[in-house]
Design a protein around this ligand. Sequence first.
Ligand code: PMP
Length: 363
Amino acid sequence: MRPVNFSPGPSIVAPEVLEQAAQALRGVPEVQGLSIVEISHRLPWFEKVVQDTEDALRRLLGVPDTHTILFLQGGARGQFAQVPLNWLLPGTVAAYIDTGVWARGAYDDAKTLGDARIVASSANAARGAYLELPDVSGLELPANTAYVHTTSNNTIYGTQWPTMPTFGAVPHVSDMSSDILSRPIDVSQFKLVYAGAQKNAGISGLTLLFLDKAWMAAARNDIPSIWQYRVQDANDSMYNTPPTFAIYTTLLVCRWLEELGGVPAIAARNEAKASALYAAIDGADGFYRGCVDPRHRSRMNVTYRLPSEALEKRFVAECEAAGLHHLKGHRKAGGIRASIYNALPLEGVERLIAFMQAFRQRH
Ligand code: PMP
C-alpha cells in the first residue's frame, strides 16, 4: 500500500507535482532540454516562471495590488530577524502574540534588535505548553507599536486561529508558514504575511511574502542591501540568485491547487479531513485525547495523546509498519501529531482513523 506521509515539514507534496518537478529536473524542453537546476534565473523562460507563480498566488489568495509578492530565502526564521531589522526603530515597540514555540522564536529574535514585548501569551506555565490561544479582543497595544506579530497556525502544539485577529490601524505581521494556502485569508488586513514554502506551498528553500508596498517604503534603508525588502522588490526577488527549483515547484503546486478548485475547495477538503480525525479522537472513549482546547484546534496539525507514553511509542512504531509515517509528536510537546496539509488526501486520514480504531481494540 502507498505510504502516507504525515510529516510536519518538509512535508507531503502531491504526486502530480512531484512528477512534473522530476520531469523539469531531467530537462525543460523550452530551454534546450537543460535541467531546471542548470539554467540561469535570467532566462526569459525562468522570468516567466516567477511571473506566473506570482500571478497564480495573487489569484489563489486574492492578494491585492497594494501588496507585492516576494520570493526570498532564509526560511521563516529569516523573517523572524528581517522584520524587526526593517521596522523596529528606536523609540518603537514590536508587539508579539506568544502562541507557541515559533511565535516565541520570532519574539526572541526581535528582542535582540530592539524593544520587543509579549503583549499576550497562552503559554501554560504549569504544563510548559501552549494548549489554547489567548483572548486578544480587548488588547491594548503601546501607542508607539511598530507592528504586532502573530502566528496563524502553531505547528508544534496544534492550535490555529479560527479567524485571524485584527488590530485596527496597527501594522499586522503574520507568520503563516504552516497554513498558507490552506484556507482563504484577507491579505489586505496584513502589512506582511510570510511563510516558508515547505508545508503547503512547495519545498524548502523558499519563503513567500505578501508585503504592503507603502509599509515597505517606510522600512529602514540604512541596513545591508540584501536585508532591505525594497531592494528585493526592485529586483523582482532576483537581487541574489533565487531558489529556482523551489520557485518552480511552488508554481506547480499553485497550478495543482487551481485545478482542484482553488483555496475554497482545498479549505473544504481540509475541514473534512480534520473533522473526521478529531471525531475519531473524541469518539474513542478517552483512549485518544486531543491535546488542545477544541475551540482552537488546528486543521493542519492534529495533536493527541494515548493513555501512556509506552503506548504512544508502540502506536508510532506500528503506524510506521502499516505505512503511516512521521506521526511522532514534536519533542517539546510529546504525544502524536498528524500533519494533514493540503497535499494529504482524505484517504490518508481515513487509513489513520481505521488504524486508530484497530489499535484501540488491540490495547
Ligand atoms: N514558523 C512556523 C509556524 C513553523 O512551523 C516553522 C517550521 N516548522 C518555522 C516558523 C520555521 O521555519 P523555517 O525552518 O523555514 O525557518
